[in-house]
Design a protein. Structure first.
Length: 294
């Protein structure tokens, strides 16, 4: 993995051993726990500004999924790159850190992973912060994006993702539509994914998207979706980039139905990486939300 400039990522690393593999995570500050869970193809770097914003008053924990960030990047013979395994990993970290009263911040795949655990532990969740994510299947009226289909279903996908790093590199260009991401930041986002072997998780995440009955993880998604209304009495903040080509208005509408009590902020000119695209607005909103719902 290429070195990350310290001024961009000034944190102490922590590790949890999972069956011989090392899961990397940040654990900064003291106080009420804020657990921020990333998606694909990002890593804990996505939450770097959130960590620095909140660590003076909260304990902020940010894991790197296995295969991502500073965590180990094993081959298929060593690790099962499935939703079920991701959820188990996340749960083991929550148990290891002995966390309760959790403020859960989720983005992209982080929503599916963390909320699939959370619906079975609602008493341990205090608040939800939803950032362009979902913990349910494709909403009605939404088709599967062609870019993901290309990666998931064709022989060209592995070459593009693992050979050319097109998925991670491309996301740094298209996932922000308001803010132009600097080369330094683009390089940092892609630093953990600098070889064919190190890009395995990026590909497996896309290949593991459950779309139909019988797909691995489909039953987990269905079960989670049925249980999400359990959070209707929890404070929920939603910050949504409306130019997201994957998590579009169909996903936001379903989120509004599930969480009618939610405080929702739409960013019409922002894309999928909402915490990068509108950091100067979203970070204060999260801080204010935590304070006013305490």
């Amino acid at each position: 993995m290429r070195e990350i400039p310290e001024h961009l990522y000034p944190f102490e690393s922590h590790w949890l051993e999972l069956d011989g593999l090392r899961l990397h995570y940040l654990d900064e500050g003291e106080g009420e726990p804020v657990v921020a869970v990333h998606g694909n193809p990002t890593w804990s770097f996505y939450y770097r500004n959130l960590v620095q914003e909140l660590r003076e008053g909260y304990r902020v924990i940010v894991p790197d999924h296995i295969g991502c960030g500073f965590s180990d990047k094993p081959g298929d013979e060593t690790y099962d790159y499935t939703l079920g395994r991701r959820i188990d990993d996340f749960g083991r970290l929550m148990e290891d850190r002995d966390l309760d009263g959790i403020n859960l911040v989720v983005h992209d795949w982080g929503g599916m992973i963390a909320l699939a655990w959370a619906v079975h532990h609602p008493d341990r969740i205090r608040r939800l912060v939803i950032l362009n994510t979902a913990a349910f299947g494709l909403p009605k009226g939404q088709s599967f994006p062609w870019q993901l289909w290309l990666v998931r279903e064709t022989a060209l996908g592995p070459f593009m993702v693992r050979g050319l790093n097109a998925f991670a590199r491309g996301a740094t260009h298209v996932a922000c539509t308001r803010t132009r991401v600097s080369k330094e930041l683009r390089d940092a986002y892609c630093a953990p994914y600098d070889s064919w072997a190190d890009r395995i998780a990026i590909l497996r995440f896309v290949q593991d998207i459950p779309l139909h009955p019988g797909d691995r993880g489909y039953d987990i998604v269905s079960d989670t979706a049925e249980r999400l209304e359990i959070f209707r009495n929890h404070p929920v903040l939603v910050c949504w980039g409306e130019k997201d080509s994957v998590f579009d208005h169909h996903f936001l509408a379903e989120g509004e139905r599930l969480y009618p009590q939610a405080e929702i902020h739409r960013f019409a000119d922002c894309g999928h990486y909402i915490l990068e695209d509108a950091a100067e607005e979203v970070l204060p909103l999260i801080q204010q939300f935590l304070v006013k719902t305490s």
